[in-house]
Design a protein around this ligand. Structure first.
Ligand code: NDP
Length: 341
């Protein structure tokens, strides 16, 4: 059985969906209430592969909200993730993806040091960040959607915002070695990590957001920002492909101009309908078929009976692992979401 640990995008979103999911007692509550709410299994899922194989899974709502990070309620945020992991393990789930901010909270606050949650000793082999599949899908989206727009990678400048992150660094490695992209622009705040990445890649220009975005033909957005950022005032090239791989995905509302094409990054489309209701709630355009690539990673690991923490730790995603997960993604009928005109 596979599992997905997810969370909603904001307190406002949480209030709206609590009612829909049959938890009216959550609908009028403020952040304090969500800080103390326990994890809940809110969806039972069945997925069929194009090979004919069928698997079952559960969606665990951690009750984490990005406002907990933005208002420095760190203890509450970390408790949400650890409790959701214990809940998944207690319910016999073999492999669970840590979606959205769950893996970021886990890594940034060293939660690997907390193994004991009441009577459960967490077995980290049962969890995956899903970031290898996410990074693979984002790279394929860059390659395929640029073609849709007639942007030739060999003449393209690609800016990666969040370049030093787990997903961003894997995307940079792939673009560097597997494509003939003309130039990579590396964006993040910590200069030392940026320089280390530049050294590892043997190329890439370190620039600020304001310097990089106006000269990029393709922008890959994989920064983790609980508060989000408004890039509406920065002029962008036209045409420009903007692959929005962050969570929540809201860049399409912020940059609207002819010639600027925003693609939801790290999203896959399955070839067959999935029996679930959770993707309706996170407002996928085709909820029965579209999902986050990190969630799809736990499905793929279940299909392949690879019950192991395939994506774990930080900045350890190799091209070989991206190839492996990419091949099984295709085998079971997933494909990257592309632009629709
Ligand atoms: P990491 O925490 O590993 O990396 C985050 C990156 O963002 C770092 O390079 C960080 O560098 C950079 N960053 C953070 N704040 C800023 C800022 N203000 N300006 C510029 N750069 C910034 O995160 P992950 O790689 O694990 O995840 C990246 C994003 O992808 C997250 O939003 C996550 O929620 C999302 N995600 C989406 C999925 C999907 O849609 N399928 C699946 C999994 C994750 P520095 O701190 O030095 O600035």
């Amino acid at each position: 059985m596979f599992g997905l640990i997810g969370h909603l995008t904001s307190l406002e979103h949480a209030k709206a969906v609590a009612q829909e999911l049959g938890y009216p007692e959550y609908a009028d509550q403020g952040l304090d209430f969500w800080c103390s709410a326990p994890p809940q299994t809110v969806d039972h899922i069945r997925v069929k592969s194009v090979t004919g194989q069928e698997i079952e899974g559960k969606y665990v709502e951690s009750c984490f909200l990005p406002e907990m990070l933005a208002t420095r309620r760190i203890k509450a945020a970390t408790r949400k993730i650890i409790n959701a992991m214990a809940h998944a393990q207690k319910n016999g789930i073999d492999i669970t993806a840590l979606g959205g901010f769950s893996s970021i909270v886990f890594e940034n606050f060293n939660l690997s040091q907390i193994r004991q949650v009441r009577n459960i000793t967490l077995d980290f082999n049962r969890f995956t960040t899903g970031n290898t599949h996410t990074a693979y899908i984002i790279c394929r989206q860059v390659e395929q959607a640029s073609k849709q727009l007639g942007i030739n990678l060999s003449e393209a400048t690609i800016a990666v915002c969040g370049a030093t992150g787990d997903i961003g660094s894997a995307v940079c490695r792939w673009l560097n070695q597997r494509t003939d992209a003309k130039e990579l622009l590396l964006i993040a705040r910590n200069q030392e990590r940026l320089q280390n990445l530049q050294e590892e890649l043997g190329q890439g220009k370190i620039l600020s957001l304001e310097e990089a975005l106006p000269i990029a033909d393709i922008i890959v957005w994989v920064a983790s920002m609980p508060r989000g950022v408004d890039i509406g005032a920065i002029p962008l090239r036209q045409p420009c492909l903007l692959v929005d791989g962050g969570y929540p995905k809201n860049l399409d509302a912020k940059v609207q101009a002819p010639g600027i094409h925003v693609l939801k990054g790290g999203i896959v489309e399955h070839s067959l309908d999935i029996d679930w209701r959770i993707m309706d709630i996170v407002k996928m355009d085709v909820p029965a078929r579209q999902l986050f690539a990190c969630f799809a990673e736990s499905m793929l690991l279940e299909f392949e009976k690879l019950h192991t923490n395939f994506s774990w730790g930080r900045n350890q995603i190799t091209l070989e692992k991206m190839d492996l997960i990419g091949n099984v993604s295709l085998k079971h009928g997933f494909r990257p979401l592309l632009l629709s005109f």
